[in-house]
Design a protein. Structure first.
Length: 356
């Protein structure tokens, strides 16, 4: 099977791995709750866990993990809003963490059961969207930008214009369903978090005009479309592009000059989780230095785990596509929870874009 940098099997086969991480991993203090069945139901993005992470956790804890996948935060939110169907841990992005807190969809964490929180970089130990980390633990962070095939573009695409306002690569473009409205707002010179109806209307008109040039509004697979040659440019998460860059030297990634999204994904326990004890054990395992380093090295996203970074190579720690420069980050914005009325405004615009 094709290896990535000669060290790992294909990211598609991570469930096949059975190797254990170092025996020093701890699961936290023994809980006083009633004994749970040895199961954990994990709801996660695709290609967003280490190659052997789940097998390692099972080997060390005896807890079997079932993982289901979602394509974006909207799918996650919609599924859990109607009542938790049985998930113990999921990974929403920062603005959706705040939205889920507001909707009483998350259980408060017991920090005493997550001693590996000490491994988290102090910059991530408190946050405006979840003060005191009452409901969430940081998992990964990164940017949204443009993945592209170098041999197919006339020059590196340093602007959102090539995706959102040009026919130069007509039929060879994929846009993410999630985040495209924010990207278009940045391209037009507005805030990623705009609530202004006129600005949202401008975005709607721009994207409807551009739609004939767009091959697909992708869910969470733009990197695969790029790798297979189905598209030459895609709007994507940086780590997803870095994964395929390791498989194909003709692929690269850039954050457009207008700026973009800087995001943070978080480990949370949804309200009604059937195995809260196991959920705390799993979160604590993810925050272990060695487990966290293995995940970050495999999925190629920026880890907020300071102890894990200390175990990783300079190739990882000094990669600007993983850890952007201060100048790049200064042009980016975190998404914030805008409230249900502003969300409705965007959802309705998106519905009209798709229907056009």
């Amino acid at each position: 099977m094709k290896t990535r940098r000669g060290r790992w099997l294909s990211r598609r086969s991570f469930l096949a791995g059975t190797g254990a991480v170092a025996a020093g991993i701890t699961f936290g203090p023994k809980l006083a709750w009633s004994v749970e069945e040895a199961k954990l139901n994990f709801y996660n993005w695709d290609t967003y866990i280490g190659e052997t992470t789940l097998a390692d956790f099972t080997e060390l804890s005896g807890i079997d993990v079932t993982m289901d996948l979602y394509a974006d935060n909207d799918e996650l939110f919609a599924k859990l809003r109607e009542g938790n169907p049985g998930y113990d841990v999921c990974i929403p992005t920062n603005d959706y963490v705040e939205r889920m807190i507001t909707a009483n969809m998350l259980s408060a964490l017991n920090h005493g059961l997550i001693p590996n929180f000490k491994n988290v970089d102090p910059a991530f130990q408190d946050t405006a969207f979840d003060p005191g980390r009452k409901y969430s633990m940081p998992y990964m962070w990164g940017t949204q930008g443009i993945g592209y095939r170098k041999s197919k573009v006339s020059s590196p695409p340093d602007s959102w214009k090539v995706l959102l306002d040009s026919g130069e690569y007509s039929g060879r473009i994929a846009l993410l369903s999630e985040g495209v409205i924010g990207a278009a707002l940045k391209y037009l010179g507005y805030s990623y978090n705009s609530k202004n109806p006129k600005e949202i209307a401008e975005v709607e008109a721009l994207l409807i005009k551009q739609k004939p040039h767009i091959k697909v509004f992708a869910e969470d697979n733009g990197q695969d479309l790029l790798l297979s040659g189905e598209v030459d440019l895609t709007m994507e998460w940086n780590g997803d592009i870095l994964q395929v860059m390791a498989e194909d030297d003709d692929i690269s990634y850039v954050v457009p000059k207008e700026g973009s999204l800087v995001w943070q994904d978080c480990l949370v326990i949804p309200t009604g989780a059937p195995h809260p004890e196991n959920a705390h054990k799993f979160i604590n395992f993810i925050l272990d230095a060695e487990a966290g380093a293995a995940i970050a090295d495999f999925i190629q996203y920026a880890t907020p785990n300071k102890a894990a970074r200390g175990l990783l190579s300079a190739e990882y720690n000094e990669n600007p596509a993983i850890f952007p420069s201060d100048a790049t980050l200064a042009r980016c914005e975190p998404a914030i929870y805008l409230g249900e009325e502003a969300q409705r405004l965007r959802d309705e615009a998106w519905t009209r874009i798709l229907a056009a």
